[in-house]
Design a protein around this ligand. Structure first.
Ligand SMILES: Nc1ncnc2c1ncn2[C@@H]1O[C@H](COP(=O)(O)OP(=O)(O)O)[C@@H](O)[C@H]1O
Ligand code: SF4
Ligand SMILES: [Mg+2]
Length: 349
């Protein structure tokens, strides 16, 4: 693996073998992340965001099975490691925060007990040292009166404060990568903005990389270097944040952008939801998974998955419209065929 990458997932294929049949949850997923970068993984519920992130931590819920690809994290070949080896990485080199801190915090223990337990487990500090470190971490995540908070129970704190505590716990071992799985979905908009701001502030201070998972493209706009748009277990578009927002190329990405609530237009035009229902993962369409909902779907979209179209080193999509456009361009001006558009008939990245 190239050392410049903290994360390099190549052609990951992961399926759940359920009694009703095989659910192909991940199909040739590719992700790269350099130290200190922020990647947003965006897509609607069931698209494979969490499964991708957990597999990076060596976690696959039963009846899931990794059936292909390579998962590299911080020099480790995750897919070849034993559970015991991976456990050393989790919580040390990579931490995760979830949507609902109430399900991650234990209601019967004080905040202090829960933070110091994580610190002593991972750092070998004494109880007293761990308590001091816990206070520092609470201050780091913007919680005042840390001494008092350490004595409180989760239910005594607000949702926003509980999420700050989860972030403090996740940071206890100074991970190289923080995975945030819909960390603000359960919070109201003002608190949501504060938590995202806190995460960016901590990234600057601590230099860790972040994978931010969300179903809301609006959430990641201001914080990510790159964005992977997922649909039905595939990355359908990948690019820098600017590329995805200003030059969206997949019809699903375009739909996501139209569905971001806008404050600068008339109330009735603010939000255009994507019509249609998500893919039945047990019986996915033969061609482009988005075809049943796509207003531009062509015959070929229903028959065959689109091959990759690479616009440049950082931006690619899987959509037949761009293959068609590239072919037309080449046919019209064969001598100046645009070398930036690489056509792959294999359909795999
Ligand atoms: N434990 C499981 N058993 C069976 N199927 C699962 C399981 N976990 C996830 N899946 C399947 O994998 C797909 C991706 O799930 P997930 O990554 O959790 O989606 P999301 O994008 O909402 O995070 C889902 O559509 C679901 O069908
Ligand atoms: S490949 Fe076809 S169906 Fe899929 S997004 Fe592109 S135009 Fe729409
Ligand atoms: Mg999820």
């Amino acid at each position: 693996m190239s050392d410049e990458y903290l994360v390099k997932i190549e052609n990951e294929k992961l399926s759940f073998f359920t009694p009703a049949g095989e659910v192909k949850a991940l199909n040739d997923v590719n992700i790269t992340l350099r130290p200190g970068e922020v990647l947003g993984i965006v897509g609607e519920s069931g698209s494979g965001k969490s499964v991708t992130a957990y597999s990076l931590m060596g976690l696959t819920a039963d009846p899931g099975k990794l059936i292909g690809g390579k998962i590299r994290f911080n020099g480790h070949a995750i897919e070849t490691m034993s559970e015991k080896e991976i456990r050393k990485i989790r919580g040390n080199e990579v931490s995760i925060i979830f949507q609902d801190p109430m399900t991650s915090l234990n209601p019967v223990y004080t905040i202090g007990n829960q933070i110091t337990e994580v610190i002593t487990l991972h750092t070998g500090k004494s109880k007293q040292e761990a308590r001091e470190r816990a206070k520092e971490l609470l201050e780091l995540v913007g919680i005042n009166e840390p001494e008092k908070r350490l004595k409180q129970y989760p239910h005594e704190l607000s949702g926003g404060m509980r999420q700050r505590i989860m972030i403090a716990i996740a940071l206890a071992c100074e991970p190289k990568l923080l995975i945030a799985d819909e960390p603000t979905t359960a919070l109201d908009v003002t608190i949501q903005a504060q938590i995202l701001e806190l995460m960016m502030d901590l990234k600057e201070k601590l230099g860790m990389a972040i994978i931010m998972i969300t179903h809301d493209l609006g959430v990641v706009a201001s914080m990510c270097d790159h964005i992977a748009v997922m649909y039905a277990g595939r990355i359908v578009e990948y690019g820098t944040t600017d590329q995805v927002f200003y030059e969206p190329s997949h019809m699903y990405t375009k739909g996501l952008i139209r569905s971001i609530p806008r404050l600068d237009v008339d109330e009735h035009q603010r939000l255009i939801p994507i019509e249609g229902t998500p893919v039945d993962m047990l019986n996915p369409p033969a061609g482009c998974p988005f075809a049943p909902r796509c207003e531009k779907a062509m015959k070929i979209c229903l028959r065959q998955p689109a091959p990759i179209t690479e616009f440049d080193d950082t931006h690619y999509t899987y959509c037949w419209l761009h293959q068609k456009a590239a072919m037309e361009k080449q046919a019209a001006r064969p001598e100046v065929a645009d070398s930036r558009i690489a056509m792959s008939q294999g359909g795999e990245k």
